[in-house]
Design a protein around this ligand. Sequence first.
Ligand code: CMP
Length: 140
Amino acid sequence: MANERTFSIIKPDAVERGLIADILKMITDSGLKIKGMKMIRMDRPKAEGFYAVHKERPFFGELVDYMISGPVVVSCLEGENAIENYRKLMGATNPADAAEGSIRAKYGQNIQNNACHGSDGPDTAKTEVAYFFNDDELVG
Ligand code: CMP
């Protein structure tokens, strides 16, 4: 599988608990390279736009409230098979179901406050990276 890019968010609950460095270490130890990274605080329209695909889901309102509740760290990751490898490293959406040793098993609190986000496919990855990064910010 060729080198590809994916998009990651270290979510507010993980930032709040001082877990940025621990999660980034897991990411880089796995072989993924950080192409671009920044800490931001999303406003409501930005978070609603990012999760627009979940607009009709019952958890949408709470999800947006949570994602704007504090700063997050967004990054563009690159590596062989990056999308699938990062999803494996994160573990299942619900930390209770996440494989042992995965980011969400170690640091997730519940299905919403699950420590991190990663793109679920090549099209999403492209859209999500572009939603947060200009080309000149992808310097790694
Ligand atoms: P994420 O991978 O960022 O994609 C959508 C997010 O919605 C998910 O992680 C969780 O933070 C949140 N979420 C809350 N409830 C649910 C649910 N029942 N199913 C899936 N995602 C949920």
